[in-house]
Design a binder for this molecule. Structure first.
Ligand code: Q9C
Ligand code: ZN
Length: 344
């Protein structure tokens, strides 16, 4: 059982898309609500999320995009379609800034892939996932705990200011990081999901105050392909405040901790006083859509290394699709991160 305090709202289960376009065909949606149920079962109790309202979400996301997320499913159905709303045309970035109203055009405008259908409960679940992240942040800022877990689902790190993608709709980690920064904290985000956190990177790319560091599968071979390359280092005053550490398929603990040392050095050099850890367990050897070789016990080692920073850590759940192992992998990470709380 996990004794690190955690936050979760059952309304996050309302999102249940049926299928996604994967390797050229329709397959069952990997980001299932049972992921959250399995993780929740590893905690003796989870605190319900408090409601911090729309403002922290709108500090990160575009208002038109948020409106779209709220209405897309109803518009899709009103336009006579069955099933979940999903786009089929993605404009290249040289597109004209047309203000089109048709649902198909909006799905293209506000998303970048076919892994992110909008179902009936998508808005409700996404809203409460963001509130869970804000609630866990608040527990840390109020001094109730130094380590806190936000059971965010749907995940967030592929979602940018005005787009969804990669199973992500609202960027939970970015929303919490931005809120913490506004409350005077010096924030670093360490993203250890298998996939590059392109949405988080994009949100803070020109930002000198929030450091973004990511260890992920090399985008030469893996989703999201177009972002996460080592030469992406930030822009303007944010130059040097983005650090990408792509690693090859097949990476196991040894190669992983080498990258982690580099990441931890950068977090220290930033004079961080609050760490937001975007944690994806899709680096697990048995993950069905990923290709690293981390084992369950390795997460305890990784948590232990991160704990050497001696910082308050907000853990925000991202991916991880080996559902049966998910609770154990989260428990291993948290036990390494906060052994005292874990033993308590
Ligand atoms: N053939 C997260 O882990 N589909 N998102 C990949 C590979 C998208 C993963 C398809 C994967 C998104 C939060
Ligand atoms: Zn992932």
């Amino acid at each position: 059982m996990i004794n690190v305090p955690g936050y979760f709202d059952r309304r996050q289960l309302a999102h249940e898309p049926v299928q996604e376009l994967h390797n050229g065909g329709w397959t069952p949606y990997a980001e299932k609500s049972s992921r959250a149920e399995i993780i929740a079962a590893s905690f003796p109790k989870l605190h319900p999320a408090a409601d911090f309202g729309m403002q922290p979400i709108l500090n990160v996301h575009d208002g038109g995009y948020v409106e779209f997320l709220r209405s897309a499913y109803a518009e899709w159905r009103a336009s006579g379609r069955d099933g979940d709303a999903i786009g089929y045309t993605w404009p290249i970035t040289r597109r004209r800034p047309l203000d089109l109203d048709r649902i198909d055009a909006k799905l293209g405008l506000y998303s970048y892939d076919a892994a992110t259908p909008i179902a009936e409960g998508t808005w409700e679940a996404s809203y409460w996932a963001a509130q869970s992240a804000l609630s866990a942040l608040s527990a840390i800022l109020d001094g109730e705990t130094r380590t806190c877990f936000a059971l965010c689902r749907p995940p967030g790190h592929h979602s940018g200011r005005d787009y969804c993608g990669g199973y992500c709709y609202l960027n939970n980690a970015a929303i919490a990081a931005e809120q913490a920064r506004r409350l005077g904290r010096r924030v670093a985000i360490l993203d250890i999901d298998y996939h590059h956190g392109n949405g988080t990177q994009d949100i803070f790319y020109g930002d000198a105050e929030v450091l973004f560091v990511s260890i992920h599968a090399d985008p030469v071979t893996d989703y999201p392909f177009f972002w996460g390359h080592a030469d992406e280092r930030g822009e303007g005053s944010g130059l040097g405040k983005t650090l990408n550490l792509p690693r090859p398929r097949g990476t196991a603990l040894d190669g992983y901790v080498a990258a982690l040392s580099e990441a931890l050095d950068a977090i220290q050099a930033h004079e961080t006083d609050l760490l937001v850890l975007s944690f994806g367990a899709d680096t697990f050897e048995e993950d069905p859509i990923s290709h690293f070789r981390l084992r369950q016990d390795d997460y305890r080692v990784i948590g232990g290394r991160i704990a050497t920073l001696d910082l308050p850590v907000l853990v925000v759940m991202e991916g991880g699709y080996a559902v049966d192992a998910l609770g154990h992998n989260v428990e291993a990470l948290l036990s390494g991160l906060d052994p005292q709380l874990h033993a308590a």
